[in-house]
Design a protein around this ligand. Structure first.
Ligand SMILES: *Cc1c(COP(=O)(O)O)cnc(C)c1O
Length: 425
């Protein structure tokens, strides 16, 4: 589907039925696959021939969805995981071991901060946080010879900082390491980080890609552009004992990284999603382009309304004229900045709670980025485990309300906000 536009690939990419085959992607509900000879199966185990052998490693339904997502992001391959957390974990473990470190932007998702600062630390992997305000020299100083990668989010959840992808790609490449970008909020419809120099792209597919709050999932996409053979990544170039000594870069060339994620880490950690979950994700992907357009349109209307209300102290939406992120947003996401907005209410924490409890259409949920409008108070929920200092670094104030604007009628969403604001003293 190489010559079609991204909208067409959302609908029809990844699966191409042959004569007489099912029109829509079948659910291959099978743990295992049959072969005519033990020799063929042996070759599969040695990765000498392509094919499926066991659904913890690969499955035909998953493969079609992986190919679609790789196509949407402009990568050479993708691997689905059971969650966004698993995707970020494996994306890092694939090239980072005990005693090594990596640099990450500090304004990222709370769950990712936990993973990086607590769990990976216990495994002997150190994260070094860079704030968006740091100069290039200050970020440079965080790297040393044991630094393996740099990490950031295209649109940070929930601070809504826009990542200057080109800038951080340059910084990472200057130190001989790849830039990993979590593109969950933007989706490839709004931004394709690989086009700006990102090497690996990660998603929590739980959010817009699924889009209906039905299935938790994640995906890792490999751009195929990073050169692993310069001596810094022996795990990519040296023999893997668990596969009769193959070298990933020799055997799989520019798909070395993503092949290793699958055949080594998905195999060993066992975080392969089920076929039916991949099927459901694919249904979401089929309408991703249409939904993102409406999310962006509605969010801008809601953000402008909030900005005009005297009960609101501040509004953060990168597409607003008033936003400090506007320039970066226009460069990286000219089509819009997803459906997520953050804002503060006069009266602080207690007013925020009263406002949220008074909403009728918008629901209080932990989730974001699905078809239904929802709200959340991160400081008391998703980010409550962070220290005050970490909250500030993540760009979150105590009064911050995060609203994920859905694809309902925009006037209905705004009316609901109006009536809830009237309930606040
Ligand atoms: C939700 C989210 C994650 C974690 O994904 P799960 O699917 O919940 O495990 C990672 N990164 C970002 C930006 C997210 O919004």
């Amino acid at each position: 589907m190489g010559n079609y536009s991204i909208e067409t690939n959302c609908v029809q990419g990844g699966y191409k039925p042959k004569n007489g085959e099912p029109r829509i992607l079948p659910i291959y509900q099978s743990t295992t696959y049959k072969y005519d000879s033990s020799e063929h199966l042996g070759d599969l185990f040695d990765l000498k021939v392509p094919g499926h052998m066991y659904s913890r490693i690969s499955n035909p339904t998953l493969e079609c969805v992986e190919n679609k997502i790789a196509q949407l992001e402009g990568g050479v391959g993708a691997t689905l995981t059971t969650s966004g957390q698993a995707a970020n974990l494996l994306a890092i473990l694939n090239i980072t071991s005990c005693g090594q470190n990596f640099v990450s932007l500090s304004s990222i998702y709370g769950g990712t901060i936990n993973l990086f600062a607590v769990t990976l630390k216990r495994m002997g992997i150190e994260v070094r946080f860079a704030t968006p305000e740091m100069t290039d020299e200050e970020v440079d100083a965080l790297f040393d010879e044991n630094t393996r990668l740099m990490f950031g989010e295209t649109i940070a959840n929930p601070a809504l900082k826009v990542l200057d992808i080109e800038r951080y790609a340059k910084l990472a490449h200057r130190h001989g390491v790849p830039l990993l970008v979590d593109n969950t909020f933007a989706t490839p419809i709004l931004c394709r980080p690989i086009e700006f120099g990102a090497d690996i792209v990660i998603h929590s597919t739980t959010k817009y890609m699924d889009g209906h709050a039905a299935v938790v999932g994640g995906v890792i996409v490999d751009s195929g552009k990073f050169d692993w053979t310069k001596g810094k990544f022996p795990e990519m170039t040296e023999p893997d004992e668990s596969y009769h000594g193959i070298s990933y870069t020799e055997s799989f060339k520019n798909a070395a990284y993503i092949t290793k994620v699958r055949v080594q880490l998905i195999r060993d950690f066992g975080v392969a999603p089920s076929a039916i979950n991949a099927f459901l994700l694919n249904l979401g992907l089929e309408t991703l382009h249409v939904r993102m357009e409406r999310h962006c349109e509605n969010a801008l209307k809601v953000a402008k309304f909030l900005e005009s209300s005297d009960k609101i102290t501040w509004v953060n939406y990168p597409m607003l004229e008033s936003s400090a992120e506007r320039k970066l947003a226009e460069k990286y996401m000219p089509g819009g900045c997803c459906g997520v907005i953050s804002f503060g209410i006069k009266g602080g924490r207690s007013a925020a709670v009263k406002f949220m409890d008074s909403l009728k259409l918008a629901a209080i949920v932990v989730h974001v980025a699905d078809a239904r409008t929802s709200v959340l108070h991160p400081a008391s929920t998703t980010h409550r485990q962070l220290t005050d200092e970490q909250l500030v670094d993540a760009g979150i104030s105590a009064d911050l309300i995060r609203m994920s604007v859905g694809i309902e009628n925009a006037d209905d969403i705004i009316s609901d906000i109006k009536q809830a604001l009237n309930e606040v003293e």
